[in-house]
Design a protein around this ligand. Sequence first.
Ligand code: PEP
Ligand code: MN
Length: 280
Amino acid sequence: IGRHGALEPIGFEYQGLRFDQDSFHIFAGLCAVDTRENAETIFKALSEHGVVTARMGAYKPRTSPYDFQGHGKECLPWLFELAGKYGIRVIAMEVLAPHHIEEIWEALEKTGHPTGVMLQIGTRNAQNFELLRAVGSQTEFPILYKRGMGLSLEESLNACEYIASEGNRRIIFCLRGVRTHLGDPHRNLTDFGHVPVIKRLTRLPVCVDPSHPIGSRVEAPDGIKDIYHVAAQGVIAGTNMVLVEFHPHPETALCDGPQALYLEELPWFLEHMRLAREAY
Ligand code: PEP
Ligand code: MN
């Protein structure tokens, strides 16, 4: 994945969409799939705005084992069917173990592949080498690799090499904030200044996730949520993808409710991103 001499950037087509260092996509949606109704409401809103990509977590890596762990494979058949109904072409979905890849594949087979899936490697699994090898050795799905929140950049880039060295080079590198010892009013420190760094060091498309490093719907004195501000910073820096959490009723969300943007804000968020992209 590294930039060696004059090698062309790594880009790929998936589900009729182009992903490379020039493309731009917004993957908005639920942190965790909870109800069928909420998933459908999100897909419907996205399709009404011409958005064909979404995020939906079925397998959730929770800090506490007593918290909601996601519906797992149980929700996949109806989730994929709904995605197909609203013309959603790619869903970003985290996998925590190699057998989840199989479960996603089987559910897609059963539903007749109405949508595609981008397998997400979460920050907590950023150095789970067996999982990295597993997503690297299958050729069906592209990978959204999230930077390890406590790893050096070099370590995260090497983790991507674990994926690529198995054969799958359809990787997108996602910045999602890093842990520091400095104390931070946000959950993590945003590292979106590294968008051009990743582009320079690798040939991969880059994604930013403004939801997880901020961790809440806190607003700046200008009345604009910090999530909007950092998302725009990522876009202005040249990111190729934004992964962001929305919920129709954040108060009832089973995971990451405090940071979920209200679904009614979707048009405004999309417009904010459009203007930022124009500024880039
Ligand atoms: C997520 O995107 O749902 C998630 C858990 O993110 P991260 O791995 O970046 O914490
Ligand atoms: Mn989340």
